[in-house]
Design a protein around this ligand. Sequence first.
Ligand code: INI
Length: 179
Amino acid sequence: MSDGLRTPEHAVGELRLPEGVGVVSGSPNGARRAVGVVVGRFNGEITSRLLDGAIAALEEAGVERERIDVVPVPGAFELPLGAMALAKTRLYACIVALGCVIRGETPHFEYVAAEAASGLQLAALETGIPVSFGVLTCDTREQAEERAGGAHGNKGAEAARSALEMADVFGRLRARAPQ
Ligand code: INI
């Protein structure tokens, strides 16, 4: 099974929610939302496709093009700082981080990929603004191409929808909390 999100080694099926509990869930709704996108220039052929996928998904979800700001950074290692800077402006409902790390002959890959992942999570946790992880970490360029608009979908689009969903659920939770 491959729906673009999961590869055959992932489990199929939807989450089943038990009856009787309160469920606060969001949807990728972009209406009246501004979104910041930070994107690595390294492996630019791939990150351009991730960016195209993300912008298309944001517009499809109702985000107006003029409300999308894109910040290019040198590579995936710089994504966390870019995301943090965007989040701290408080101008954006969520941040989409896009990059592509491809394994080389040295352990450099491990450092760049690990710092990108933990740094992006830190940016979200420190600011309370959702930051999604649209960073490909692949062994080969072919694997990256498959995930940037090829057989495995477009992870940029997936990251855009995840960020909007989290922004939406945050909004719903805020609306429920006592003022
Ligand atoms: N940056 C990437 O985004 N992808 C890579 O595959 C990559 N590799 O393999 O080196 C990469 N390196 C650059 C890194 O992100 C920083 O820009 C650089 O180290 C300067 O801080």
